[in-house]
Design a protein around this ligand. Structure first.
Ligand code: GCU
Length: 151
């Protein structure tokens, strides 16, 4: 055996299937320190927690989450929302002050039909702010929660 160039031993291959599935952390839009520029409502069923963010109908009327990450790196975001109109609602996804995505939240068929939009971002180690900020006067869809998985 030639150990030249070997700097560390790893007993298992990280690329093999069957490893543990990371558990997402859920952040409810109605729970502080989350911010909802609008009202916390509960009049449409199917939400998790105790309600959802009904943002005001205005540009910039946002939902904001404070998310902790152990280390810098890629995170998968799953944002749960409902849009009972037939018109998509565009927004900026702003992570730590920078717009990193411009998702558009399509109609879901009803205000009590919730769907999840997946987005991939880079988080800093420690506290991060993740803001969903509407770019039209229609405002956001109703926002239920954000789930974050770091790998
Ligand atoms: C309706 C609905 C609200 C929703 C709003 C909107 O009023 O009941 O939950 O937020 O439409 O268009 O954003």
């Amino acid at each position: 055996m030639d150990w030249t160039g070997i700097s560390a031993y790893q007993g298992t291959c990280p690329l093999l299937p069957g490893g543990p599935t990371p558990t997402p952390t859920r952040y409810e839009a109605e729970d502080s320190p989350a911010v909802c520029t609008g009202t916390i409502d509960s009049n449409h069923t199917g939400y998790t927690g105790t309600g959802f963010c009904n943002g005001s109908s205005a540009v910039g009327a946002h939902a904001q989450f404070t998310v902790n990450a152990a280390t810098v790196g890629t995170a998968t975001l799953r944002l749960r929302f409902a849009n009972g109109t037939t018109t998509a609602r565009p927004a900026s996804l702003i992570v730590n002050g920078s717009t990193v995505h411009t998702p558009s939240f399509a109609g879901t068929g009803a205000w009590n039909t919730w769907v999840t939009q997946t987005l991939t971002v880079t988080l800093n180690a420690g506290s991060n702010t993740i803001q969903v900020s509407p770019t039209t006067s229609a405002g956001l869809p109703n926002i239920d929660h954000l789930e974050v998985t770091t790998t």
